[in-house]
Design a protein around this ligand. Structure first.
Ligand SMILES: Nc1ncnc2c1ncn2[C@@H]1O[C@H](COP(=O)(O)OP(=O)(O)OP(=O)(O)O)[C@@H](O)[C@H]1O
Length: 325
């Protein structure tokens, strides 16, 4: 495998077996430097296993790994690791110490740190002015931001966050997502694992989708996760002189008009709403066709299939990717 500094993480044919369980099966990760990469998959799909291998905490059964251009197994892999910050498990912070003292104690347990490094990490996560307060007074979001600060001490080039919003309240979730976006904007490469497709969609530039240990899709979020359908609600036109049709009946009429369009979109009825398989930019054509038939669109929302459907479709489309061996 050639050395390419443009990949923060690159794996080829990465596999890990635990007895009969294939936790990872021929995974080719491509994490471009300078992006926010979302590693998304249902619980138990192999995300933590892949992260543990990249961090040198677990040996792969097969395959190659390159971190910041250095191959796993080479002497320089340790140098690459020293430029990586990671949050894999919640750090054991001390409740009675301040945020800053916690950071100092835990960071110093790995290597000597100076106050300037602590200031910088606290500043990046927006906790500098509250660093003197006791940890036990912190909100859930602040606690997680402090945990991310610990991963940022020493200015890593890459930060790996394993499910960083798990267990947080809604405010904390928003704080952490916002922080991840800011870290990405600052030029840091962020590798974030999540079982939430919408989280990855909101925060990441690139995505890798893993199902049952297989990477079933990878690429820019804008390409892979774009909405594939439109949900419509319709109402009778204001002055078309027809007796008002019942909602369900009107929806059936609307479906018939749309299915008759030259490009024959697939249409499904869902009660009084319709689901049309069409990219959002075709919305105007749909509304025009319906208006010409005297049916008015009262609501139109771009939608994707549900997370589970999406994972299932991707897994089914991948040879051997639809179940465990
Ligand atoms: N040390 C281990 N021994 C045996 N099986 C393991 C071990 N670690 C992980 N597994 C199995 O490997 C598979 C992948 O687990 P992994 O923890 O990597 O998934 P994950 O996507 O991170 O899920 P979660 O978000 O639930 O942690 C699962 O079937 C899990 O039970």
């Amino acid at each position: 495998m050639g050395t390419e500094a443009s990949w923060a993480i690159r794996t080829v044919g990465l596999a890990k077996r635990f007895g009969a369980i294939r936790a990872l099966d021929s995974v080719d990760l491509r994490v471009p430097a300078g992006c926010i990469y979302g590693f998304v998959g249902p619980n138990g799909s192999g995300k933590t296993t892949a992260i543990a291998i990249v961090l040198g905490l677990m040996r792969p059964s097969e395959g190659q790994v390159e971190l910041l251009g250095e191959p796993l197994g080479s002497r320089r892999y340790a140098d690459a690791l020293s430029q990586v910050g990671a949050l894999v498990q919640a750090p054991a912070f001390y409740p009675f110490l301040s945020g800053r003292d916690n950071l100092r104690v835990l960071a110093a347990s790995r290597r000597p740190v100076d106050e300037r490094e602590l200031d910088e990490a606290l500043d990046r996560v927006g906790l500098l002015d509250r660093a003197h307060r006791r940890y036990q007074t912190y909100s859930l979001g602040m606690r997680q931001r402090l945990a991310i600060a610990l991963a940022l001490v020493g200015r890593p080039r890459l930060v790996i966050l394993d499910e960083p919003t798990n267990g947080l309240d809604p405010v904390g979730i928003q704080e952490v997502r916002q922080l991840v976006r800011e870290l990405g904007r600052s030029g840091l490469t962020v590798f974030l694992s999540s079982h939430l497709l919408h989280e990855v969609e909101q925060v990441c530039d690139e995505v890798g989708v893993i199902v049952h240990g297989r990477l079933v899709a990878q690429g820019p979020v804008a390409q892979l996760l774009r909405p594939r359908g439109l949900r419509l609600r319709v109402s009778a036109g204001p002055a078309n002189g027809r007796p008002a049709a019942r909602d369900g009946q009107l929806a059936r009429q609307a479906a018939a008009h749309l299915e008759a369009l030259p490009w024959r979109p697939r249409v499904e009825l869902a009660g009084d709403a319709l689901w049309v398989e069409a990219p959002p930019e075709r919305g105007a054509e749909l509304t025009r066709a319906l208006a010409q038939a005297g049916i008015w669109v009262s609501e139109m929302v771009p939608v994707r299939s549900t997370l589970e459907q999406y994972f299932m479709e991707l897994a089914a489309a991948t040879p051997g990717g639809n179940g465990r061996p």
